[in-house]
Design a protein around this ligand. Structure first.
Ligand SMILES: C[S@@+](CC[C@H](N)C(=O)[O-])C[C@H]1O[C@@H](n2cnc3c(N)ncnc32)[C@H](O)[C@@H]1O
Length: 182
């Protein structure tokens, strides 16, 4: 199966052959950011992550030391595209407020995988996607979502329907995407 970055890049290339600015919300060690920046030489990428200690969705606890290490890895992984990346080390919703009035070719939500957090992220970021732009979202109908009775999948579909996006389609792994048509 293709990587998430590979599958996302193909779609972004198809919809924005001359490049665009995109946002990844939830970066971790930066492997998807690096994959996108590598495959899309004209991409400008905003990388949003608080890199703060937190309990993981799978029951581990990520210490501040671990998260600082993830941040360093994300920096190193994307250093080759320093001039095309913008790092926002802060909470997703805080970053969305800071970017008020801006619109993007795509947003990829991959931060806190709970229905409550996703609902806020959809509202905060969905309106920043240009008409003709792409909205990607991880953990739609995946193993974590199934614990919530697939509430995240329902939220993503409902958001799309009510806000001028096409019906979401599966992309790769647990990532789904949709196109803004109005
Ligand atoms: C699943 S990982 C992201 C994986 C990454 N997208 C990739 O493909 O490699 C989730 C990340 O989201 C970040 N995160 C979780 N909640 C967040 C929030 N509310 N604001 C900012 N970052 C958040 C965590 O620090 C963590 O690094």
């Amino acid at each position: 199966m293709r990587s998430v970055a590979g599958a996302m890049s193909s779609l972004v290339k198809e919809h924005f052959p001359d490049g665009c600015t995109g946002v990844e919300v939830g970066v971790w060690e930066g492997s998807t950011s690096a994959g996108l920046l590598n495959r899309l030489p004209q991409l400008k990428l905003i990388m949003v992550d608080h890199w703060k200690k937190h309990p993981s969705i799978k029951g581990q606890f990520w210490s501040q030391e671990k998260m600082d290490n993830c941040f360093e890895k994300a920096l190193n992984a994307t250093d080759f595209a320093k001039d095309r990346r913008k790092i926002m080390r802060m909470d997703s919703l805080e970053a969305a407020v800071k970017l008020e009035g801006e619109v993007f070719g795509f947003v990829f939500i991959d931060a806190t995988h709970t229905p409550q957090a996703l609902s806020k992220d959809l509202e905060a970021w969905g309106s920043k996607i240009s008409v003709g732009g792409l909205f990607f979202c991880d953990d739609i109908g995946g193993s974590i979502d199934r614990k919530y009775g697939c509430k995240m999948q329902r939220l993503f579909f409902a958001y799309a329907k009510e806000n001028g996006f096409e019906e979401p389609q599966w992309l790769a792994y647990n990532v789904w995407w949709t196109l803004r048509v109005k």
